[in-house]
Design a protein around this ligand. Structure first.
Ligand code: MEV
Length: 440
């Protein structure tokens, strides 16, 4: 029998109260409805007002999904000491960021530069008339587009932003009659999605009206939306020091020179091999997503843009780079980051608000710098492990701790297990056997 004939579909779900929503879910999808109901309710916030705020971020909410909120201290960014807030479910990530921060703390810290802050929006439309006519009129059309959006752009202009440029792009060689209005924006401390989309939708209305009584054809709007690809909203984060200052890499017995060479080769591999580049950049996003999420920004937009940027040459490649010249080791990351410190969740989510406060209530540009540094630190820590001890050493310790927590190990059992597994392969079964033996 298909699910259509069972209780697994429903109309009017969104109109049910939260309790009734849960009731329907647990009764139809779980073997142990009563306990699941209790469990879901136990994760509700005990302050109704706070819960209302959280529910307001989405739809059909039935509970809260907890994620760890960690911090990585000892980041020196452009001379300022900072603690980075990170929301991440993967063990070792916060520890790795913290260790990279500490490593570079004694070597000049991280430096950043904002290379651009431009955002992009697009209105796609069909026009079957003469391109020459459209181009001839476009200067006039631009004036009308600006005039008709003046009410929307007024506040942004007062803050130093607004529409920077409006261009007509002919796409008819790719698709019949297709054109694009591409506009660039400065959105100051906001990510700008609402602002840009409002301006674009007004552009669409204006363009349609402007061409309404043209002899040939009216412009037919296909869609208006911001682009999450912002290759001119870029920040560079970097570290550098004389090779000799890199120190020695104990367990791996690498000298500073050998480490620098091996590290640079690892970065080169990520530049030339897309399979490695994907994992390499994933490591960068371990850091970036964690702080983007902690500060209430849109990590899907940041990821989509970062990967598009990593492919800009036509081949997916590393976002970070390394050079060794005249005895100086340099490691840097260029990354597009369209983020905000006002608007969206930034001031609504109670912990996102605290994250920004922890960072000293930064401007959007400063937040770009801090996020890029977190990505670079994460990447440094991952590649450093890979070319020295391998990552399993650190991961396995965390993995062991997670298994011990799952087995409800007490402090003595944990200490004994950590000593016992220091030179052994960690697996769930092996740890469970060890703990059951010690409990007998
Ligand atoms: C794991 O989450 C991230 C790494 O695989 C990144 C890398 O390989 O560079 C360790």
């Amino acid at each position: 029998m298909s699910d259509m004939n069972t209780n697994k579909t429903i109309t009017g779900f969104s109109k049910l109260s939260k309790r009734r929503k849960i009731k329907w879910i647990v009764e139809n999808f779980f073997k142990d409805p009563e306990n699941v109901m209790k469990e879901l309710v136990s994760y509700w916030h005990n302050d109704d007002k706070q819960q209302e705020i959280l529910d307001g971020f989405s739809e059909n909410t039935i509970s809260n999904f907890y994620m760890p909120f960690g911090v990585a201290p000892n980041f020196i960014i452009d001379g300022e000491a900072m603690v980075i807030p990170m929301v991440i479910e993967e063990s070792s990530v916060v520890a790795a960021a913290s260790s990279a921060a500490k490593f570079w703390m004694g070597r000049g810290g991280f430096k950043t530069e904002i290379i651009g802050t431009e955002k992009i929006g697009q209105v796609f439309f069909k026009w079957s008339g003469d391109i020459v006519e459209l181009e001839k009129q476009f200067d006039e059309i631009k004036k009308v587009l600006r005039r008709d959006t003046a009410a929307i752009t007024k506040n942004m202009e007062a803050r130093g932003g607004g529409i920077l440029k409006i261009d007509l792009i002919n796409l008819t060689d790719k698709e019949d009659n297709l054109y694009q209005i591409r506009s660039t924006f400065e959105t100051c401390d906001s990510m700008g999605a609402n602002f840009i989309n409002s301006v674009l939708e007004q552009f669409a209305v204006t363009l349609k009206e402007y061409t309404a009584d043209w002899e040939h054809d009216q412009a037919e709007i296909v869609m208006s939306i911001l682009s999450n690809y912002t290759p001119n909203c870029i920040v560079r984060a970097r570290v550098e020091c004389p090779i000799a200052d890199l120190g020695n890499f104990g367990a791996s017995k690498l000298s500073a020179n050998e480490f620098a060479e091996k590290f640079a080769t690892a970065i080169k591999i990520a530049e030339i091999d897309p399979y490695r580049a994907t994992t390499h950049n994933k490591g960068i996003f371990n850091g970036i997503d964690a702080i983007v999420l902690a500060t209430g920004n849109d990590f899907r937009a940041i990821e989509a843009c970062g990967h598009a940027y990593a492919s800009r040459s036509g081949q997916y490649s590393s976002l970070s780079h390394c050079s060794i010249t005249d005895g100086i080791f340099k490691f840097w990351l260029d990354i597009p980051l369209a983020v905000g410190t006002v608007g969206g969740l930034t001031k609504l989510h109670p912990i996102a608000k605290r994250s920004l406060e922890l960072l000293g209530s930064p401007s959007a540009q400063k937040l770009m710098s801090i996020i890029a540094v977190t990505g670079l630190a994460q990447n440094f820590a991952a590649v450093k492990s890979l070319v020295t001890t391998g990552i399993q050493q650190g991961h396995m310790k965390m993995h062991l701790q997670n298994i011990l927590a799952t087995l409800d190990a007490n402090t003595d059992e944990k200490t004994n297990a950590l000593t016992y597994f220091a030179d052994k392969v960690v697996s769930f079964n092996a740890v469970r056997d060890f703990i059951s033996k010690s409990r007998k």
